[in-house]
Design a protein around this ligand. Structure first.
Ligand code: ADP
Ligand code: MG
Length: 222
């Protein structure tokens, strides 16, 4: 089964958010998903402490020496494996990338993020060289504007596509629901149904966005 790794040496770009959305959307389609929280900041563990959707299992505190055997064990059990990493470049990050069927590099559409995001792409290339094989990878833009595509976003998309980088469509729009899910747990649908927890509104649009994102990722795993 596929191993999907979230990687970027920058914090706050949306790695953990992508991991939560993918895990819960794959589970909603009936898949069994194991999520590995390899970040000492434990975003995923906090999300799971409120409750995980049916089909999602979370493993916390996975360190450098456990990462490869843990991925192999979960993968061997026929589960989708999603690895959430800390925003650093480390041996743990490299080892996780070396096991990936798909590396997702979330990037915010700002000039600074693009620069640091390209370091994540460089990390993938280094692993490819070390292993002597290609590792599929793609960029997803995050926290984009729902209303208009900024000039920076247009330029960044052009630049990345021009460099032959696979860009996941659609980007993840900036939506309150995507950040509230960490405090709510479970998935967006459960959050929407629980009206009392619905503070940001527009959860339905967030669900459509998350689902299309998951489908675009799924296409890349076939
Ligand atoms: N698409 C989005 N819309 C709204 N908030 C977002 C979105 N993506 C991330 N965030 C928020 O931005 C912050 C950083 O996101 P996170 O996924 O934790 O990034 P990382 O794991 O790369 O450090 C969090 O507070 C998260 O809730
Ligand atoms: Mg994170």
């Amino acid at each position: 089964m596929p191993v999907i790794v979230m990687a970027s040496p920058k914090g706050g770009v949306g790695k953990s958010t992508c991991a939560v959305l993918l895990a819960s959307e794959f589970a909603r389609m009936g898949a069994e998903v194991t999520v590995l929280d390899c970040d000492p900041n434990k975003s995923l563990t906090r999300w799971a402490s409120h409750g995980t959707p049916k089909g999602v299992t979370l493993l916390s505190d996975i360190g450098r020496s456990e990462i490869v055997p843990t991925i192999r064990a979960a993968d061997g059990d026929g589960r989708i494996v999603i690895v959430d990493l800390e925003g650093v470049a480390s041996q743990l990050v490299s080892r996780a990338i070396s096991q990936a069927d798909l590396v997702i590099v979330p990037m915010q559409p700002t000039a600074l993020d693009a620069e640091i995001g390209s370091e994540a792409l460089a990390l993938v290339r280094e692993e490819e060289e070390a292993l002597g094989r290609k590792i599929r990878h793609a960029v997803v833009l995050t926290k984009t504007s729902a209303a208009v595509k900024s000039r920076v976003q247009k330029e960044l998309e052009e630049q990345l596509r021009g460099a032959g980088i696979d860009m996941i469509e659609p980007p993840l729009v900036a939506r309150a629901a995507f950040s509230e899910i960490f405090a709510y747990g479970y998935d967006l649908t459960a959050m929407m149904q629980d009206q009392g927890m619905m503070t940001g509104g527009k959860v339905d649009k967030a669900i459509i966005n998350a689902q299309s994102f998951m489908e675009a990722v799924y296409e890349r795993l076939k």
